[in-house]
Design a protein around this ligand. Structure first.
Ligand code: DGL
Length: 247
């Protein structure tokens, strides 16, 4: 299978990491819209327009599947992408909701959703989770963590004070949905902050869980063909990919 992975920038590489760990695809084509990132502060119509343009970009590659690694795009533009794409399109929000359902049986569990301003505004996670019976949901826009991760800061003083800024009033959640591509890189710091009893739900792992449920993967691909594209400075994106994915 040949898959396209779309993100607003570099963050979606965390999803590629999960795909590579599970060796699901023969060919992965990544597109990050680095010229127009961040999407998380943009409005719905702009996000949809950019997402449709990404579908157009992928048309050159005759893909079998498009994975939307970006939570913000998954929250707003999946239907529109599906309408214009000739291959299936799946997104991390649906996957994250499914993973939450599969890993938490107590519907009274206190679940904290972290994401960009746009993702939180969409209420996409809350709508999906409350349909499944979850009652105790809280979402927090934590966009400041995005540029901090892009600075490759994953722990220490800046992270701790940003966590304090966002989380000091909250009761310790049973689970945290990492509803932004960048947040898996803060898993260790978040786990230390909330304690080891708190379950972290990672979009990349959630997508793999969904893929393994919906498709039959007969072969493992240890060395898939990888191509990285960006709307601006693709070299910078390729360098980060080398570092984050240990290529
Ligand atoms: N990729 C975005 C997301 O997962 C975060 C960065 C942005 O705001 O574009 O929501």
């Amino acid at each position: 299978m040949k898959v396209g992975v779309f993100d607003s920038g570099i963050g979606g590489l965390t999803v590629v990491k999960s795909l590579l760990e599970h060796q699901l695809f023969e060919e992965i084509i990544y597109f990050g819209d680095t010229a127009r990132v961040p999407y998380g502060i943009k409005d719905k119509n702009t996000i949809i327009r950019y997402a449709i343009e990404a579908v157009e970009f992928f048309k050159n590659f005759k893909l079998d599947l498009i994975i939307v690694a970006c939570n913000t795009v998954s929250a707003y533009a999946l239907d529109e992408m599906r309408e214009t794409s000739s291959c299936p399109v799946i997104g991390v929000v649906e996957a994250g909701i499914l993973a939450t359902k599969n890993s938490i049986s107590d519907k009274d569990s206190n679940i904290l959703i972290l994401g960009t301003k746009a993702t939180v505004k969409s209420k996409a996670y809350e709508l999906g989770l409350s349909k499944l019976g979850f009652k105790n949901l809280q979402a927090k826009a934590t966009g400041l963590l995005v540029p901090i991760v892009e600075e490759e800061i994953y722990s220490g003083e800046i992270i701790n004070s940003t966590f304090e800024h966002y989380f000091k009033e909250l009761t310790i959640p049973h689970a945290v949905i990492l509803g932004c591509t960048h947040f898996p890189l803060l898993s260790d710091a978040l786990q230390t902050y909330f304690g080891k009893e708190t379950l972290l739900i990672h979009s990349g792992d959630a997508i793999v869980e969904q893929l393994e449920k919906e498709f039959v993967f007969k072969t493992k691909y240890k060395n898939p063909q990888l191509q990285f594209f960006a709307s601006e400075n693709p070299e910078a994106l390729r360098n980060i990919a080398k570092k984050w994915l240990s290529l």
